[in-house]
Ligand binder design. Structure first.
Ligand SMILES: [Ca+2]
Ligand SMILES: [Ca+2]
Length: 203
């Protein structure tokens, strides 16, 4: 993972040409990744110098399979972007999301990826964990089939996406959206669903 700006290169945004009122574009990029289908990334910056003004998933390595989950600029000093690829795995290098920053002060700032989670189905690629399977071992059906119609499709994805970041203690959270049943709905759950996307279960 890296941040990249055509104007400023990677990570250190220190040019004296940064003038209040200007904007510039930064890509969140995958670099040399093994296969993955989802991510949740936080990038930190100095809010005295710049502020995030928009996030776009256009041109994403996930292309038309990109399902955005989080595009959050509401916390000063932080940009958070999360998405999954519905029904595909990706690897190598490529853009995940593009952030536009507005310059608000003079000086420099670094852009640090200070939290990232990269997943493939139920495996966290970063940590190289493998559990060997994506089907529910308890015979409860295809993982990701939230509404129980034996098919994983956009209706299931929409339910899980709407429960994103919520815990099962939250009344708005659909229990079925917590696919790995660990008490919260995060990138891991959506990634499992996305991995099984378009799959049907034999009757
Ligand atoms: Ca379903
Ligand atoms: Ca979960």
């Amino acid at each position: 993972m890296e941040v990249w700006s055509e104007e400023y290169g990677s990570e250190n945004i220190v040019r004296s040409s940064l003038k209040p009122g200007n904007t510039f574009r930064v890509q969140l990029r995958a670099v040399g990744m093994s296969e993955f289908n989802g991510y949740d990334i936080m990038v930190g910056y100095d809010p005295k110098i710049i502020v995030g003004s928009s996030i776009s998933f256009d041109g994403s390595i996930f292309d038309r399979q990109n399902l955005p989950l989080v595009a959050d600029l509401s916390t000063l000093g932080e940009v958070r972007a999360a998405a999954v690829a519905l029904g595909g795995l990706y690897g190598g290098d490529g853009v995940l999301a593009t952030v536009i920053f507005a310059v608000t002060g003079t000086g420099g700032t670094t852009l640090n990826i200070h939290d990232d989670m990269i997943v493939r189905g139920s495996m966290e690629v970063n940590h190289n964990r493998r559990d060997g399977g994506f089907r529910n071992r308890h015979g409860l059906g295809l993982l990701g089939d939230v509404n129980g119609n034996r098919r994983v499709d956009i209706l299931d994805a929409a339910k899980v996406a709407s429960a994103y970041d919520k815990s099962i203690l939250d009344p708005d959270c659909l229990l079925g959206a917590d696919i790995n049943r660990d008490g919260s709905v995060v990138i891991t759950d959506v990634s499992i669903l996305a991995f099984n996307y378009d799959q049907s279960e034999m009757p």
